[in-house]
Design a protein around this ligand. Structure first.
Ligand code: ATP
Ligand code: LTN
Length: 327
């Protein structure tokens, strides 16, 4: 079985975009791959965050992952900080990364351009830690959003550099970019990504939103004046976005939905999509509450860290030997 690894930062509440673009994909992958998924909580510290908030985000994230169908029997789910080898290899990767190489990272450049003050050194060296996160486990594939592909490219470069300088140690991983159509747009501004940090409150569906409230957001989604239900992201981004959401939640192919809507208007499409979102959230949140109340999260994380550490510790020992840190 091929191995797959991915991480997610616990920096905010999850949206329907995160579910459709990432979590749902992971649930599908878990039967095909040996999966490792971790919460990148050390990465969350690159931007100031309150301890209580970080703790809550982390617990919520795990509970939502489990509620969405990730099976801890199939997937190793753990916290980055529970496996100290991440920080250990992180330092070695930082020392292997070029200063200019990190300066060229688009995400860093964008954040620099936006935030006038409060840029931390951690934000700058973050891609080196991300490389360590990945290389510790020798995964074949790393599923990431488009914005992270440059970091996976850097990871590949660092793996090759290390292998060349010392000897063959790391597998060079392949990024897997989530499929087209797996991008959900802001309901009020359907040319912009639905994003937990940058959308208008009415444009984004939070996975923990009241389901009836979320249904209303779908009902007031921006569409167009063409009056014909068609999948045409360029000319009809709002309608196409609704079709993507409905198709993702019901597993009905977009073509088949479009065919059913011949001669039928947007109000009906919104009502059906709203209902699908309502049902999805109601079900997800019931499971989420049950999971939080059961205390299972701690157990899952404990087992996950044990599993992950077994692999990571072996790798870090090898690296320490090769670079000359262990005598
Ligand atoms: P922010 O909105 O704060 O920039 P984010 O929601 O993109 O953050 P990430 O932690 O970078 O958060 O995303 C986690 C995963 O969810 C990534 O794989 C990303 O590609 C996916 N994802 C996020 N938003 C969407 C979206 N609107 N549609 C599809 N996938 C998404
Ligand atoms: N940088 C990613 C989160 C992340 C990650 C990783 C993803 C940290 N380490 C290792 C894949 C593999 C993000 O911001 N979404």
């Amino acid at each position: 079985m091929k191995r797959m690894l991915s991480g997610i930062k616990p920096t905010g509440r999850l949206t329907l975009g995160n579910y459709i673009g990432a979590i749902r994909e992971f649930v599908k992958y878990q039967d095909e791959y040996e999966m490792y998924i971790f919460i990148a909580n050390q990465h969350a510290l690159t931007i100031p965050i309150k301890a209580s908030e970080l703790r809550k985000n982390t617990k919520d994230l795990i509970a939502i992952y489990l509620a969405a169908g990730l099976d801890p029997e199939k997937v190793t789910l753990f916290l980055q900080s529970d496996v100290p080898a991440h920080a250990q290899l992180g330092w070695i990767m930082t020392c292997l990364s070029g200063y200019g190489e990190l300066q060229r990272m688009t995400q860093f450049k964008d954040k620099m351009a936006k935030q006038e003050s409060g840029i931390t050194a951690g934000l700058y060296t973050y891609p080196s830690l991300m490389a360590a996160d990945i290389l510790l486990y020798d995964p074949d594939y790393v599923p990431v959003g488009q914005d992270q592909t440059q970091h996976v490219e850097l990871t590949r470069d660092l793996a090759e550099r290390f292998n060349k300088r010392y000897s063959d140690t790391f597998k060079v991983p392949e990024p897997v970019v989530t499929k087209v159509g797996a991008k959900i747009y802001d309901l009020q501004n359907p040319v912009k990504k639905m994003s937990k940090s940058e959308s208008s409150p009415k444009g984004v569906i939070d996975l923990l939103d009241d389901p009836a409230f979320a249904r209303n957001k779908i009902k007031s989604a921006v569409t167009d004046s063409l009056g014909k239900v068609a999948f045409d992201p360029e000319n009809q981004p709002g309608v196409s976005n609704l079709l993507t959401i409905l198709s993702a939640l019901t597993e009905e192919p977009i073509d088949s939905i479009v065919a059913r809507y011949e001669g039928i208007g947007y109000a009906e499409l919104k009502a059906e999509t709203g209902e699908a979102v309502f049902n999805f959230l109601t079900d997800l949140q019931a499971k989420y509450k049950e999971i939080l109340a059961s205390g299972v999260v701690d157990q899952v994380l404990e087992n996950g860290a044990k599993n992950a550490a077994r692999i990571a510790n072996k790798k870090i020992s090898k690296v320490y030997r090769k670079v000359g840190l262990s005598l």
